[in-house]
Design a protein around this ligand. Structure first.
Ligand SMILES: [Zn+2]
Length: 268
């Protein structure tokens, strides 16, 4: 082989490598949509099985290859049918994140007054509610929950203190209190939602909110799949929202994955 041929082959290899590297390049931020976290609330069983509203929502997300997240009510893990646990474990295996949505989703009465599970109740009570759900998830599902979102998004100073004692819970969605926390926060942007008002998905209102906030780094969209079986138009609107977000090249992600990614970016 003479020198010219050798050089030509070497140059060809360099060009090929450059092309290969380029094709693997991550798209520029401007060419893709925002990160989107689907904060779906209130997983509970019905007649010992996963509620039909959840089944249709998750099935649709699976068809669309979109990841979602599920707010788990801890008490539902106490004495469910095996199918319930299996369903959760399978979805978790597919990448869906299950997060701590309290233990009872109840409105405890304190001193004759109706409170929320994480607002207006004391530190000890709140810690117990959080811990019970963490323990049940470990015991029944072999799972460590990493994110928290309060029922009714209602919290107070005791919530921040209780969460501080549970290091494995690292992400807090929709924190509404001003008390400081070391948790990673995923804030609510009120105008961008799935439901207007709560329980009723509305594509047009969502689109309006989205257009106003699509430059945000991350959008955390809340929904309640159990309510979407009450009227077929609700589920249709949810489907429209997902298809629209896909067309916008939204990057669907879970709270914990988003937190880990952000932490890595900061460290590098
Ligand atoms: Zn809820």
């Amino acid at each position: 082989m003479n020198d010219i041929i050798r050089k030509t082959i070497a140059w060809g290899a360099v060009v090929l490598m450059a092309v290969a590297c380029q094709s693997q390049k991550v798209p520029e931020k401007s060419t893709v949509g925002p990160f989107v976290i689907l904060k779906l609330d209130d997983l509970w069983y019905e007649d010992e099985l996963v509620h039909p509203g959840w089944l249709q929502a998750i099935e649709f997300l699976q068809e669309q290859e979109v990841v979602g997240t599920v707010g788990l009510v801890g008490k539902s893990l106490e004495a469910a049918a095996p199918e319930y646990y299996d369903w959760i474990k399978q979805r978790a295996g597919e990448g869906f994140e299950f997060w701590n949505h309290g233990y009872c989703h109840c409105k405890p009465v304190v001193e004759g007054e109706e409170r929320r599970e994480f607002r207006g109740t004391d530190f000890g009570f709140q810690l117990e509610q959080l811990s019970k759900t963490q323990s049940l998830a470990k015991e029944k599902l072999g799972m460590t929950l990493r994110s928290f979102g309060a029922p009714y998004n209602a919290t107070d100073d005791s919530t921040a203190l209780a969460l501080a004692t549970i290091p494995e819970l690292e992400v807090w969605m929709y924190k509404e209190t001003i008390v400081p926390t070391t948790k990673f926060l995923l804030d609510r942007i009120q105008p961008v939602n799935i439901e207007y008002p709560v329980h009723i998905p509305d594509f047009d209102k969502f689109k309006k909110g989205y257009e106003a906030y699509k430059e945000e780094e991350v959008l955390v969209l809340q929904g309640h799949p159990r309510s979407w079986v009450d009227d077929s138009a609700r589920f249709v609107a949810f489907q429209q929202i997902i298809l629209f977000l896909k067309a916008e090249q939204a990057q669907f992600i879970t709270p914990y994955a988003y937190y880990l990614q952000t932490r890595e970016e900061k460290q590098s």
